[in-house]
Design a protein around this ligand. Structure first.
Ligand code: 5AD
Ligand code: SF4
Length: 356
């Protein structure tokens, strides 16, 4: 580690990092820096969340999407993609399965599917809450109007995940050529906060045409928004998209960004994502060793999982959730971390981040 790198790392640890310091860390190839950064992120995570890693049950409720994000295997432009939408019964049976594993958070994720109307979602949310009043429901269904989000909140939804994908305006328009705007994603995220949701944003790492500058903008936006959760994962090419020939995002860069986010936002809930695990079979555990504290086993019906193909090779990650949790327990034991089925609320509801 050279003097610049040392100084940048110290600034980050002392909560004094400016963009230039974070830039130095992101550009560094030093193994020593990477390890110091990891250790600090792991320590910060432990000081806030102890030894617990929260488990969430992920249910992919629809693979229909009216959007055309250039990188995504669910984009509307892929006409040959086989699509599905889970019935209420299918969703409830996934919830029952999750409950049998002790899971208390159910994440309903899907594309921006016009058939997922407020009424349909209100009914499903109501059913889950009626059967499991102590559960938490997270929605991840893209940009929706204020009035829709209000209705879903009133029906019992607790949390919402909506990645901003990139806070770099120019990059956002290269990746989204279908009229989506960064400002409407941001507005939706602020609406979610206003409505009292526990809010998660996030971004892609190594998306085509991205740069260190893009990540500085992502971090800048997160400092403004102060989300409770952030999901970041490497870009993975999907062969039927216009960017199918680009290289995937890097494992090291994703891990570095996880550590940086943990240090900057100590109380944030940070999942170790499926994409990270698809990139590297040890990805999930590496994410946790670098400061992540949430894992989302997939509890969707098996035949649906095949079709929920955001990127290629995702199936590698799709074993039974029960076996998956057992394996994770074993893998983490060695590092003093325990996956728990606690509701796992963030420790930063209504709290300001120190110094940010
Ligand atoms: N590689 C990695 N992540 C992707 N997503 C969509 N397509 C890809 C891809 N090719 C992510 C987006 C989206 C989430 C549901 O999946 O960040 O927010
Ligand atoms: Fe639809 Fe989300 Fe994929 Fe964009 S990233 S095409 S909004 S599922």
């Amino acid at each position: 580690m050279n003097t610049y790198e040392k100084r940048a790392l110290e600034a980050l640890i002392n909560k004094k990092a400016v963009d230039e310091d974070i830039g130095v860390i992101l550009k560094s190839f030093s193994g020593e820096l990477m390890e110091e950064l990891r250790k600090e992120a792991f320590r910060v995570c432990e000081s806030v969340y102890g030894d617990e890693v929260y488990l969430r049950g992920l249910i992919e409720i629809s693979s229909y999407c009216s959007r055309n994000c250039i990188y995504c295997g669910l984009r509307t432009g892929i006409e040959k993609a086989e699509r599905y939408r889970l019935s209420e019964e299918d969703i409830m049976s996934s919830v029952h399965y999750g409950n049998s594993l002790g899971l208390k958070t159910f994440v309903l994720q899907g594309g921006e599917d016009p058939m997922l109307t407020d009424i349909i979602l209100e009914n499903i949310i109501g059913k889950i809450k009626e059967e499991y009043p102590d559960s938490r429901i997270t929605l991840s269904l893209g940009v929706r109007s204020y009035s829709s989000l209000k209705r879903l909140k009133e029906a019992g939804a607790d949390r919402y995940l909506l990645r901003h994908e990139t806070a770099d305006e120019e990059l956002f328009s290269r990746l989204h050529r279908d009229g989506q705007s960064l400002s409407s994603r941001k507005e939706c995220l602020y609406n979610l906060k206003d409505l009292g949701y526990t809010v998660g944003t996030g971004f892609l790492v190594g998306a085509p045409w991205s740069s260190v500058d893009s990540y500085l903008k992502d971090i800048g936006f997160m400092r403004e928004l102060k989300p409770h959760m952030a999901g970041i994962g490497p870009f993975l090419p999907h062969r039927d998209t216009p960017v199918g020939d680009f290289s995937p995002g890097s494992l090291e860069l994703t891990l570095k960004l996880i550590s940086i986010l943990r240090i900057l936002f100590p109380e944030i809930l940070l999942p170790s994502t499926t994409a990270l695990n698809t990139l590297d079979p040890r990805g999930r555990v590496l994410g946790i060793l670098h400061g992540a504290n949430v894992v989302m086993p997939n509890i969707s019906p098996k035949d649906a999982r095949v079709k929920y193909s955001l990127y290629n090779n995702k199936m590698k990650d799709s074993g039974e959730a029960s076996q998956y949790i057992e394996k994770l327990k074993k893998d983490l034991e060695h590092y003093g971390r325990v996956p728990v089925t606690d509701r796992g609320d963030p420790k930063n509801m209504g709290v300001n981040y120190g110094g940010i």
